[in-house]
Unconditional design. Structure first.
Length: 191
């Protein structure tokens, strides 16, 4: 056995102090019932058994063993209809509490793991979205430069050159018109 303190009650050994204390109370209750009730009448035993089962009075092996003894007595007694004998509802609060505690710890651990995983997934998702947007913006900027360099329309990048070229064309056109006018004037003056 382990180094834990053990308590022996009605042939059962308990290592949990709270459970041992509960077993002592159950043993005292059983002793009280045995002294006070007329356990030689099957109807009385059935009545006591039914109350104990319905009230779920027992939580340890001591109480359950007593209930099982009463149940066996009632089953073997021909004066009692077996359909009237309730099954024993077994609960073990100490074990259930221990299991609940383990489940809470396990659930908390899983929750923490999910939170960590959720954060990692959240950061990964944000990274992917940011990367996607960055690639789209880079492609858009490259596309704008390509359009600007191949387009004949003036843009902020080539606006000055286009404007100078346009004025140069106008100046050349004006010069050509002036030359044409000068030629006409000379032809009109020469006759």
């Amino acid at each position: 056995m382990s180094n834990k303190k053990t308590v022996k009650i009605n042939g059962f050994v308990f290592t949990d102090e709270a459970e041992a204390e509960q077993a002592k109370k159950e043993a005292q209750g059983i002793h009280y019932v045995e002294e006070r009730a007329d356990m030689h009448h099957p109807e009385t035993v059935l009545e006591i058994y039914t109350k104990m089962v319905k009230q779920e009075l027992f939580e340890t092996a001591v109480g359950y063993t007593y209930l099982k003894e009463l149940q066996e007595y009632l089953i073997q007694n021909p004066a009692i209809n077996n359909a009237d004998i309730l099954p024993i509802y077994v609960t073990h609060p100490m074990l259930e509490e221990s299991l609940k505690k383990k489940l809470r710890i396990s659930a908390k651990h899983q929750s923490d793991e999910k939170k960590k995983q959720g954060k990692a997934d959240g950061y990964r998702k944000k990274y992917e979205i940011t990367l996607f947007i960055s690639v789209i913006l880079a492609i858009s900027i490259i596309g704008m430069f390509i359009i600007a360099s191949t387009s004949d329309n003036p843009t902020i990048l080539n606006y000055e050159n286009k404007l100078i070229d346009k004025y140069a064309e106008w100046e050349q056109e004006l010069d050509e018109r002036e030359a044409a006018l000068n030629e006409r004037e000379q032809m009109v003056e020469e006759p």
